[in-house]
Design a protein around this ligand. Structure first.
Ligand code: SF4
Length: 291
């Protein structure tokens, strides 16, 4: 059986950057706290924990004084930075530059659109760390849209500035934008196009993977998708594979592999999310090749 790894699979630039920053700081041998898990992948988290990185909750963060705390690629709301200043905590900021620049953009648009009563609408997953940071940048008037049901929260007679969480599906984002445009057209036909500004904030590291994965999944008999179960990007990219290849399997660890998946197959494709370490994808590929 031929076994291929999808080339673009593995850590995106933002996660790679955060992990490199963590490894650099941990080289000094001191314990570094990380607000939340540095990456949605248990096996990689365990590796970094063994080097001295300790994931903490917001409640634990609030009790720390004079420590070092790493902020992961997803970024943080402004309240985290304020709390760090109050408690003399040194922030090691590994926020992905793409996320940081989106936070800045949202802040600026919220400020500039205040007089015209503009609404900042964020399409994303409720409770996701990146979304919490983006909503903080949007301010108290920000509207979170997790699906079509939330669109009723928008006042279609007022301007809308739409942003997406970086790891959402481009196809679904386009659908949400189109529904908003149609609703605005009903309310004010003359201003619908000028009243809606759709910001293209889906990260190319994710959006470019969708078509690549579609092609990759269609070319192999069996697909093994490696990702942490709590990675929203992993779930979304796995669905892309499953749609074109029903013999797609989601695993988070090599011991979940099943020999029977590969019966009567001439080729297997191994791929993963933006939070899946390259070494883990390689390990899975080696085991599949041995099967
Ligand atoms: S998916 Fe894109 S925006 Fe998100 S952390 Fe990775 S590089 Fe940054």
């Amino acid at each position: 059986m031929k076994v291929d790894i999808e080339e673009s699979s593995g850590f995106c630039f933002g996660v790679k950057n955060a992990v490199t920053i963590a490894e650099d700081v941990l080289r000094d041998g001191e314990t570094v706290y990380c607000l939340g898990e540095i990456v949605h992948n248990d096996i990689e988290v365990a590796r970094l924990t063994s080097l001295g990185l300790k994931a903490i909750t917001y409640e634990e963060f609030a009790t720390l004084r004079d420590n070092k705390v790493l902020i992961r690629a997803h970024g943080e709301p402004s309240s985290t930075y304020e709390k760090a200043r109050e408690n003399n905590i040194t922030i090691i900021d590994a926020t992905c530059p793409i996320v940081r620049s989106m936070q800045e953009k949202i802040r600026k648009v919220a400020e500039l659109s205040r007089d015209e009563k503009g609404q900042i609408v964020i399409y994303g997953k409720e409770g996701h760390a990146e979304v919490i940071g983006l909503m903080s940048a949007a301010g108290p008037g920000g509207i979170l849209v997790t699906g079509k049901g939330d669109l009723r929260r928008i006042d279609y007679s007022r301007p809308v500035y739409l942003f997406s969480q970086t790891t959402k599906s481009k196809v679904q984002y386009d659908v949400v934008a189109e529904i908003i445009r149609l609703n605005m057209e009903k309310v004010s036909p003359d201003h619908s196009s000028s009243n809606l500004k759709v910001h293209n904030t889906i990260c190319r590291q994710v959006s470019e993977r969708e078509p690549r994965l579609r092609e990759f999944a269609s070319k192999h008999d069996v697909i093994v998708f490696v990702s942490g179960r709590n990675s929203s990007n992993g779930r979304m990219l796995f669905e892309v594979c499953l749609k074109v290849n029903p013999r797609s399997y989601f695993i988070s660890s090599p011991d979940e592999l099943k020999r029977k998946w590969f019966n009567d197959s001439a080729s297997a494709g191994i791929c993963g999310a933006t939070s899946t370490p390259g070494w883990l994808i390689q390990e899975v590929a080696d085991i599949v090749a041995a099967i």
